[in-house]
Design a protein around this ligand. Sequence first.
Ligand code: GLC
Length: 464
Amino acid sequence: MLMKRVFFLAFSLFLSAICFAQLSVTERKLEEFKDLKLGLFLHWGLYSQAGGDWQGRRYKGGEHFMLYERIPLKEFATLAGEFNPYLFDADRWVEDAMHAGMKYLVITTKHHEGFAMFDSKCSDYNIVKMTPYGKDPLKALADACHRHGMGLGLYYSLGRDWEDPDCPTDWPEKGGRSNTWDYPDEDAKDISKYLERKVFPQVTELLTNYGKVDIMWFDTAELVDKDQSRALRDLVHTLQPECLINDRIGNGMGDYATVEQKLTPGIDPKPWEACMTMGWGWGYNKYDRKYKTPVEIIRYFTDIVSKGGNLLLNIGPKGDGSWPDLCRDNLAALHDWLEVNGEAIYRTRQWRTFGEGLDSSFVREAEAMKAKEGAYEVLPEGIIPDFRYTSKGRYVYVLVRNVPLRDYTLKAFNEGDRIRSVRLLSGKRRVKWNLSSEGLDIHLDSPADHEIYVLIIKLKKSNQ
Ligand code: GLC
């Protein structure tokens, strides 16, 4: 009897030690994740090969066109016969992303179409088996990430799969995101068969054959239930205890939250990531030609960082393995801007408030300057000058966004803030300042050059 009790006590201590160890590993990884700020999302699959047209006609639905156009699996699979990314160069992908200041990448290993973009032994519907390319690009990419010290994340479409006969969905209605043209009987679909046949084995392959994986980025949990999400989470942590999992594993089992294609209203101190496209779609589409401009990208990025999040910025590589030319200006702008201002971004956290606007007298002054100096000419309509904040230890960074003024007052500061120095990050120039009950008055020799979308002022606070 006593032995039994001792055994149970020891066993439960052992279990809680494992849970505690997992918790602290995850917490540490999440802090590291928050340090990174900028990642590259890569959507690459058979839809990239189609690139906008199907059988000579422009299709609907972007990378979801198999669903929107109800294309039979057999016909859709003919894209694999054409898929030959002869320009794919894993080192170049990773180097180009790192040059733009990206610290991790997340690549689609299987999107909703169900096609594995890696060597999968448990489904022949994969790039090695079905394409003339015949190689595993994920192996090359994972190796390149490891060589260059780039974080590696793997996207995996969880509750949607248009190749598997047993993957039901219920959004926006029953069968709404299922392959109902090849497999019409939605009631006959048994999700556990799909999970056992494809998801668990493929996730095992992904976390066994590619070295260290930093993030499992699941998408669209759909009808996956709580036990299934938990089992998947356990599988990930058994195979790679340090791997983070995003919230789309479903049922509250993720480590961090994701938001998609939008900005959030305020600070969220919990770890989160906003994913965004440069154009309108995720996968490559030749008709997707209106990309966000560098000023917009840097505005979104600073908005997200000031609220405590990471930006996962998407590129859709083409079927030939090259990146669309349109993304290049944005990558170059991120590089140039981060080279000067990265200190105010990487490894920072949100400050006590994410930002503030200009008061109306300053807006009038700015309007007058605009008339005089044409300072707003480059700004797209809808861009409102304002200030954002980040912080790191004793430092607060003011991200002065599109403010073409020499003088302004930052109301977020008060006399209790023991400020010791104020300088510009670019050129490290000192700035004239005065702290009063109204806030922190700033005087610059000249207003920010309007080519510098976001100017950064670094404040050092005293220790006590
Ligand atoms: C949505 C889209 C999907 C894309 C994902 C990225 O879920 O349906 O195509 O992969 O967003 O977050």
